[in-house]
Design a protein around this ligand. Structure first.
Ligand SMILES: [Zn+2]
Length: 63
């Protein structure tokens, strides 16, 4: 029996993170990297390419 562990690079620091309970902050390697990523989101500096981003339609009805 072989258990294949999925591992992905941390989106923040590119360190390999295994998708196991050993990494509670996956896909980030650590809480720090997760917070860094969330911080970038807050600053709107973060862009995901090739992924569908749901945008809130901003309608300005100025009459
Ligand atoms: Zn990281």
């Amino acid at each position: 029996m072989t258990v294949k562990t999925l591992s992905l690079p941390c989106p923040t620091c590119k360190k390999i993170v295994q998708m196991t309970p050993q990494f509670p902050y996956r896909p980030f390697c650590s809480q720090r990297c997760k917070l860094i990523d969330l911080g970038e989101w807050a600053n709107e500096n973060h862009r995901i390419e090739g992924e569908a981003v749901e945008e809130e339609p901003w309608t300005h009805d100025e009459e």
